[in-house]
Design a protein around this ligand. Structure first.
Ligand SMILES: C[S@@+](CC[C@H](N)C(=O)[O-])C[C@H]1O[C@@H](n2cnc3c(N)ncnc32)[C@H](O)[C@@H]1O
Length: 298
């Protein structure tokens, strides 16, 4: 799978994962929050712990690997970047429990020529019409079935990085470009959510974790969020009413939105928030949507 056709989808992810490969100690605070949330979901909704699927697992620096391997019998880890998954595996004790799958979650592999054209033009109208030509078709058929729990590991805002201008915030992009990128992310996630639904068993649940607001000097969300929260550490306590307003104002990171078919496929259970101190200059407010599989009737 690591061939020239996916190289421009892969390159940026590989270099970001290389940059964050040594963050295991620094991200303990985020792993602890994730561990608390996963435990809570398993207990509260009585989830079985036979099979776990981690989509976009990367280096695993943000995942409570110890807890995960002690809790689940079988864990499938998926990413476009095989090197990152190998780093994850080097941190676990029982590699026999893990199965590694290399997969591109955008399904844009066959459109690489268009991706190159998008990146080689500075003309926003051209970019928009090229983005509209893309036909994302993510294909999870190499992944196994019958999972008790699927966790989307904050890949959503990463998927469009290969074609995203530097500032990936809706409100900082020109209107048409923000709309085109939003539509593309929606098309990808619709197909991903449909397939995730098929890979869960009838009692299965999805934890859709996605970094939603960036808290940094560059981010348009920073000041409005701080004005409500007072301090960065208090942002996890912000009332959802405010977050909804900030979302409507386009202050979120491109790609964080859940697709329109979410509530047809899943029953919304609850929403957790977590704070990810990513590095010295930025943190992320992460939303974790807890979704239970709904039987789908046509
Ligand atoms: C926020 S990171 C998750 C873990 C983090 N990299 C760490 O170090 O612990 C999101 C992951 O999504 C993966 N990803 C991005 N685009 C992808 C794609 N098109 N297909 C599959 N995985 C992708 C990245 O390679 C990355 O590992």
């Amino acid at each position: 799978m690591q061939n020239a056709r996916i190289s421009n989808l892969l390159d940026i992810q590989q270099s970001l994962n290389k940059m964050s490969k040594n963050k295991f100690n620094e991200w303990l605070h985020f792993r602890n929050q994730n561990e608390f949330i996963i435990k809570e979901v398993i207990q509260r909704y009585n989830i079985k712990t036979n099979k776990l699927l981690l989509l976009g697992a990367g280096n695993g620096n943000d995942l409570p690997l110890n807890y995960i391997e002690n809790t689940f019998d079988y864990i499938e880890i998926v990413d476009i970047d095989e090197n990152a998954l190998n780093r994850l595996l080097s941190k676990v004790n029982n590699t026999d429990k893990f199965n590694k799958i290399i997969c591109d979650l955008t399904g844009l592999e066959k459109d690489v020529n268009i991706l190159n054209e998008i990146n080689s033009t500075d003309n926003i109208h051209e970019k928009v019409s090229l983005i509209e030509k893309l036909k994302p078709n993510p294909n999870l058929s190499d992944i196994s079935y019958d999972f008790d729990l699927v966790i989307n590991c904050n890949f959503s805002t990463q998927l469009l990085l290969p074609i995203l201008p530097n500032y990936g915030f809706q409100s900082l992009l020109l209107g048409d470009l923000a709309i085109a990128l939003g539509n593309l992310s929606e098309q990808i996630h619709k197909k991903l959510f449909e397939q995730i639904h098929n890979h869960l068993n009838s009692n299965g649940m999805l934890i859709h974790s996605t970094d939603t607001f960036e808290l940094s000097k560059m981010s348009p969300a920073f000041e409005p969020i701080l004005a409500v929260a007072g301090t960065i550490n208090n942002t996890v306590n912000i009332d959802l009413r405010y977050l909804k307003i900030f979302m409507e104002q386009g202050l979120g990171i491109i790609g964080y939105q859940i697709p329109a078919n979410t509530f047809k496929l899943f029953e919304f259970k609850t929403l957790f928030k977590a704070l990810w101190h990513f590095n010295n200059s930025k943190a992320y407010l992460v939303l974790l949507w807890i979704l239970k599989l709904k039987p789908v009737r046509d």
